[in-house]
Design a binder for this molecule. Structure first.
Ligand SMILES: [Zn+2]
Ligand SMILES: [Zn+2]
Length: 301
């Protein structure tokens, strides 16, 4: 499974029904947490996301609506006796802040936090099933987007050819991994003949808080799903620009220019009670747009 559950879709001020930014990305047996605004733990509880599944956390920037929930979550990990290592990717000053909070509480984490200060664009994390790249977006302070790429599965057997060459089942796994097959007479049957390409791994690109800019388009090109912030509607375009945020129309323009298949929009200003106008504004530019609704899981299909 590869999908994202929205835990918070609001901008800075929480409302009774909308929370600051956080998203849980499911990829096979892992859950990756993207940002961790205030209330993230309660949202995880509400939507049944197991804390123990989270081994990777990515913080885009140090505006509070993206990390005020983090110290609480790290503390809960300690209280429930976590032993597994945690991998934390964030702008460097965040680590000093965590250290200060722990120092003031005269406490230590009973598990290891591996620190990865975000400094350069490129690959920052990988496992058997995914790769994560970070890229710079344009915000009032240093801010990073993340592209999560599912690794390609094993190659598929071309059953007709496999049967024709009387290949034993014991050899299937190495062939699926891409190896050629050698017959008992020493003849090589090339892998290309015995297999077909597996489906391409899907890509989810999370663009965090950003003003409208083409500068990171190449990092999100052809993504299967993009999340782009949409703090305001287009009648507030000037305000969006001044505050380094985007409108729904601008988010949709980025999705179209990036040739994305699908767009999620979020980070809505608390001043908007209803979200439907965001969807209709964006759909005029990019039809396959959806509002990132809290509690909903969007699958990459
Ligand atoms: Zn924000
Ligand atoms: Zn921000």
């Amino acid at each position: 499974m590869f999908g994202v559950t929205i835990l918070g879709n609001n901008s800075a001020i929480p409302t009774p029904t909308r929370h600051p930014t956080s998203q849980a990305v499911y990829i096979d047996d892992q859950v990756l947490l993207l940002d961790c605004g205030e209330g993230t733990q309660m949202q995880m509880h509400r939507y049944k996301i197991k804390r123990s599944k989270i081994n990777y956390i990515f913080i885009s920037h140090l505006h509070g609506d993206h990390y005020f929930g983090l110290i609480g979550l790290l503390n809960s990990f300690a209280l429930i006796g976590r032993k597994d290592d945690l991998h934390l990717f964030a702008p460097e000053p965040l680590y000093g802040l965590i250290d200060l909070q722990m120092q003031l509480a005269d406490s230590e984490f009973p598990y290891t936090i591996h620190r990865y200060p975000l400094k350069e664009e490129g690959e920052i994390a990988h496992s058997n099933t995914f790769t994560v790249k970070c890229f710079r977006v344009k915000h009032r302070i240093e801010c990073w987007g993340f592209a999560i790429m599912q690794k390609q599965k094993l190659r598929k057997l071309n059953i007709e050819e496999v049967k024709k060459h009387l290949i034993p089942t014991a050899a299937y796994y190495s062939i699926k991994k891409g190896e050629d097959y050698m017959t008992s007479e020493g003849n090589i049957i090339p892998n290309k003949l015995l297999t077909i390409d597996p489906p391409k791994g899907k890509v989810y690109a999370y663009c965090a808080d950003t003003l409208f800019t083409d500068s990171f388009l190449h990092h999100i090109a052809d993504a299967d799903m993009i999340y782009h912030e949409s703090t305001y509607l287009k009648d507030m375009e000037e305000k969006a620009f001044k505050r380094f945020h985007s409108t729904a129309e601008q988010a949709a323009t980025i999705a179209r220019r990036a040739n994305a298949k699908r767009l999620l929009i979020g980070h809505f200003s608390s001043k908007y009670e209803f979200l439907e106008p965001f969807e209709s504004e964006a759909r005029q530019v990019f039809e396959n747009t959806e509002i990132a609704r809290e509690g909903v899981t969007y699958l990459l299909k």
